[in-house]
Design a protein around this ligand. Structure first.
Ligand code: SAM
Length: 254
């Protein structure tokens, strides 16, 4: 079944217009940028690290010195790109593309500290209209980003457009918890602990309330896999992790 393309867009639990959603999402990330990395570790109890490692392993960049170009969309402060560079060989290069200048600035400063200037680039751009030519990347990743993009189908079509034939699409996103008991604990934690933690660390509980609500409005794993197929990708695969708290969706441009 193909996921019905509805015009409904949500900001958390609120139904909004797609252009209004992007403005609200941008406010969220501008507000949390400076403390984003710290909050990621706190909120996920460090689990975002093994989840991102699984994403990098799925992309499996070459260990040799052959050229390999990664595009990491909604790449924020550069976490996935830094891990990919560490895993790949001398020919691996990464471009972080994000719509939010504050998140990118934190990423640039991290890259400079790590000596990765010129190895990881930071480009401001919208996932729905990427500022790159057709067929220009070997892999496209998006981690905890796609649910923030107002028109997911437009974002997926752009992913397909910029990938070279033979290129890999890999998306890491919060998903649907499918372990009885864990769902209740997860709900309690998400709706109570996370906004409180957000208030304590960033002074902004509302942004974290949005992040939690947006997870619940995201399509279920098979529905999202159908959207990926509808964008043209083949051999689409879903791999739930940690009882479905997150899932890796992948596909190939053939
Ligand atoms: C939760 S953060 C994820 C950052 C990073 N990928 C990570 O895993 O640490 C979501 C990112 O999506 C970005 N974003 C939201 N809408 C976007 C869009 N339409 N195009 C590109 N980036 C977008 C935000 O600015 C933010 O940096």
């Amino acid at each position: 079944m193909v996921w019905p393309m509805s015009n409904e867009t949500h900001f958390g639990f609120r139904e909004v217009d797609p252009s209004e959603k992007q403005g609200l999402v941008n406010e969220v990330f501008s507000s949390v940028a400076a403390r984003y990395d710290l909050m990621n570790d706190l909120m996920s109890a460090g689990l975002h690290r093994p989840w991102k490692d699984a994403l990098v392993n799925t992309v499996n960049p070459p260990r040799g010195d052959q050229p390999f170009k990664l595009l990491d969309v909604a790449g924020g402060t550069g976490d996935v790109s830094f891990r990919m560079i560490e895993a790949g060989g001398a020919g691996t290069r990464a471009t972080v593309c994000d719509i939010n200048a504050e998140m990118l600035e934190v990423g640039r400063q991290r890259a400079a500290k790590m000596g990765l200037d010129g190895v990881v680039d930071f480009i401001e751009g919208n996932a729905e209209k990427l500022p790159f030519p057709d067929k220009s990347f070997d892999a496209y990743t998006i981690a905890f980003g796609i649910r923030n993009v107002p028109r997911i189908d437009a974002g997926l079509k752009e992913a397909y457009r910029v990938l070279k034939p033979g290129g890999r699409f890999v998306c890491l996103e919060f998903s649907t918890v499918d372990v009885p008991g864990l769902d209740k604990i997860y709900d309690l934690y998400s709706f109570n602990v996370i906004p409180a933690m957000g208030r304590a660390v960033t002074g902004d509980a509302e942004s974290y309330k949005y992040l939690v609500e947006s997870i619940r409005k995201f399509p279920r794993p098979q529905a999202f896999a159908d959207m990926i197929s509808a964008a043209g990708f083949r051999r689409v695969n879903v791999m739930p992790m940690t009882g479905g708290i997150v899932a890796l969706h992948s596909g190939w441009r053939l």
